[in-house]
Ligand binder design. Sequence first.
Ligand code: 5GP
Ligand code: MN
Length: 329
Amino acid sequence: MFFNHNKNKIITIIIHKNPDGDALGSSLALMIYFRKLNYNVNLISPTNYSEYYSWLPGIKNIIVLSDNNKFFVKKKILDSDYIFLVDLNNFSRIGELKEFIKNSKSKKILIDHHPYPLNFDIMFHDSNAPATSILVFRFISNMNNLSKIDKDIATCLYVGLMTDTGYFRFPSINSETHFIASILMKKGINIYKIYNQLQENYNENKLKLLSIALKNLKIIKKYNIAYTSIRSSDIFYPYQQGDVDGIINYGLSIKNITFSVFFFEEKKNYPIKISFRSKGKLDVNLFARKYFSGGGHKNAAGGIIKKSLSETIKYFLHIIPIFYKNFNF
Ligand code: 5GP
Ligand code: MN
C-alpha cells in the first residue's frame, strides 16, 4: 500500500458538513485504524455532529471547524502528507475547508460512494456501495489488515452500514453488505446496544416535531409525491441537530408514493434545507442538482435554497410538472 513505509507521515481525514452516521462511522473507523498503525491522524469536520452520535468510539477526537480554530485547522491540513476525503464527492460539501485543501500539497485520497465524484490523486470510489463504511472495510481488507479491525472499528463501520442502508432495507444492499456485517459481528459488537443508542435514545421534542411534519404532510396525487415542511416557529426547545432526521421517510411509506420531500427552515431567515427520497428509477440526485444546488444519490439526496419557506414550496410546485415532463419518470 502506498503509505505503508511512511509511518511518521501525517494523515488528515475530512468529512462533510452535518456529518451523518456513515460519514462519522467510516471516518472514525479509519482514524482508529490508522492510529493502531501508529500514524499521526487528524479527523476534521466542517460543522458539528449531532448529539445522537456522541457515544461513538473516538468521536471526541473530531476537530470541528469554528471561528476560533481556523488557523489551527488550516495548519493541520497544510502540514498533512495525506488527506482522506471520506463520504463526500464534491467540495461544496466541506464549506471553508475547501480552500485549505486546495492549497495543500498533500496526496488526496477519496473514499466515497456518491455518484459523479471529483477526481483526486487516489480514488476508492464505488457508487454501487451502499455505504462509505463498506469502502473503508474494503480498504482495510486490501491492506491485508482485517485482523486490525477491533470492536471499536467494527462498531463505527456497523453504524455507517446501518444508517446508510436504512437499517439494512434499501435496495442498495447486497450479499456483500450482509457478509461484511457478519464479519463485524464476529468482532464482538453489540448490535442491540447500537440500535438502542441510535433509535431508542430520542428526546420527546423529536417526536413532537415529527407530529407537526405529519400534520403538514401533503400529497400530489398526479405525480405520487408526498411533501412536508417544518418552519422555525414550529421548533420545540431544546432543539438538537438530528431532531428532524427520519421525517423524510414517512412520505415514502404511503402506498404508491415514489417521491418524498421535506423542507426545513431551521432558523428564521436561514436558507431552506431540503431532503429528497425516491423509490425506483426517479433520480432525486438529478433533481437536487438541477433545482436546489444539491446532490446525493439516485434515491436519497439533499439541497439548499435561499428563499423563504413559502417561496421555496411555490418554486417546488412550479418545477415539478416541468421536471416530470422533461424526464419522463
Ligand atoms: P439528507 O436528506 O439526509 O440530508 O441527505 C441525503 C443525502 O443527500 C446525503 O447522504 C448526501 O449524500 C446528500 N446531500 C444532502 N444534502 C446535500 C447538499 O446540500 N449537497 C449535496 N451535494 N448533497 C447533499
Ligand atoms: Mn454515505
